[in-house]
Design a protein around this ligand. Structure first.
Ligand SMILES: Cc1ncc(COP(=O)(O)O)c(C=O)c1O
Ligand SMILES: N[C@@H](CCCC[NH3+])C(=O)O
Length: 416
């Protein structure tokens, strides 16, 4: 489903008028569709059929507790990378037994909390981290279930900043050295190896790298079985891409079908950690045109959303499609650079876009449900945007706009 479609000349989110939302809550404004979030998580879940599996939504993608709650209610597990994300999952009603904990430097306090609430598995990213988890588990007299994140060294063919499965990335351990680390882990008194983990990158638009990675993970599993280490699950990470413009990523069910074909009836539980493919196209960012500033060389449209609200274009030169909420019937298209009010030359959301604009127009940045709000900052002391979840004809404010007190209230002047 596409939750965002035009009706009577205006873009709607499900059955809610986006012009109306912008008037009520102001801009910049993130708007998510509940139905789209649910549909995409369920598409992953259902595609597994009889294969034992758990679809752990990657919390970093969009961590609003209303988003997590909607997914928890339909049975989602969660992939977290910090205690902060764990606290969100718990407050959203998520089941800790369905939580996997990734990330290269889990703090002792984070490990302790995760052991206390009883998460499913720690995805260990180095030998040093194995020792730290053993130490904390021993102090608590608990057994830590672990998998080792291996680096299968496959080229994910995505942006270098979001490719994670290559030898020279900071993530995971070299797949060739993993057997040694598993042997060592198995000898630790408070560690129980239960799975293998990998995650090769994000915004992948081809199936082959996923299948290549799985092949290497299966070979490792066979080797470990021979060495007497039996594992209960394979965690294949996230990474399935979405369409931002003209990309043609595989459909969710094609991607899962390719994994199942490679598994060839191996009855092992498969965990996946999709983020973008669930939340990306379930959200838009609404922004208003402040001023039009045509110059001799270029036309700038200055909008009220900036790189602090949505950093992907500035950080990765990502293309995010930008459309008029109510396309004009008067005037004509011109080419515009859509820039924000932040004092940085890199502050743009789109360049050279053909749009028919006037000051005051409302625009929607598409595919902004993933890595939008979660990567937002307060740079230039700009309050972060409000967030709305639409559910049919209803709109719920799921995060109010920040106030200046929210921003400045944590600070104090020195008194001398
Ligand atoms: C360990 C891990 N799992 C899952 C994800 C989610 O990735 P994506 O949003 O591409 O599905 C990420 C981010 O790339 C990650 O680092
Ligand atoms: N934040 C990135 C993806 C990185 C994924 C984090 N593991 C993006 O916006 O595309």
């Amino acid at each position: 489903m596409n939750p965002f479609s035009y009706q009577n000349g205006t873009l709607m989110a499900e059955a809610v008028d986006l012009q109306h939302l912008a008037k009520t809550y102001g801009t910049p404004l993130y708007v998510y569709s509940r139905a789209a979030l649910e549909e995409r998580w369920q598409a992953f879940d259902q595609a597994f059929g009889a294969q034992p599996h758990l679809v752990c939504y990657a919390v970093k993608t969009n961590s609003n507790i209303a988003v997590l709650n909607v997914l928890a209610k339909i049975g989602a597990g969660f992939d977290i990378v910090s205690q902060g994300e764990l606290e969100r999952v718990l407050r959203a009603g998520g089941d800790p037994k369905k939580v996997v904990f990734s990330g290269v430097a889990k703090q002792p306090a984070e490990i302790k909390r995760a052991l206390e609430v009883g998460i499913r598995c720690f995805n260990i990213e180095s030998h040093a981290e194995l020792e730290r988890i053993q130490e904390v588990a021993q102090q608590l007299n608990k057994i830590a279930p672990i998998s080792i994140r291996v680096n299968p060294d496959v080229d994910a063919k995505t942006h270098p900043y979001i490719s994670t499965g290559l030898k020279d990335n900071k993530f995971g351990v070299d797949i060739n050295t993993a057997p040694e680390l598993y042997q060592l882990a198995a000898q630790h008194s408070h560690i129980q190896p239960i799975g293998i983990d990998c995650h090769i990158g994000s915004q992948l638009t081809e199936i082959k790298p996923f299948v290549d990675a799985l092949e290497r993970v299966l070979a490792l599993k066979a080797q470990l079985t021979q060495q007497g280490i039996e594992l209960h699950h394979l965690d294949l990470g996230g990474g399935l891409g979405i369409q931002y413009t003209d990309e043609t990523p595989p459909a969710i069910n094609e991607y899962i079908a390719a994994l199942l074909a490679k598994l060839n009836d191996t009855q092992i539980e498969v965990i996946i950690e999709p983020g973008r493919a669930i939340a990306g196209n379930a959200g838009v960012l609404l922004t208003q045109v402040e001023f039009l500033k045509p110059t001799a060389h270029k036309n700038f449209a200055i909008i009220d959303a900036a790189m602090n609200d949505l950093i992907r274009p500035a950080l990765y030169q990502s293309f995010m499609d930008i459309i008029a909420v109510t396309p004009r019937t008067d005037g004509s298209d011109a080419q515009w650079d859509l820039v924000g009010p932040v004092c940085e030359t890199g502050d743009f959301l789109g360049k050279g876009r053909n749009l028919n604009l006037k000051a005051g127009d409302l625009l929607a940045v598409k595919s902004a449900g993933a890595y939008g709000f979660t990567m937002a900052s307060n740079y230039n002391t700009r309050p972060r945007a409000a967030e709305i979840m639409v559910d049919g004809a209803e709109a719920h404010l799921i995060r109010r706009r920040e106030t200046y007190d929210d921003l400045i209230g944590l600070e104090s002047v020195i008194t001398e």
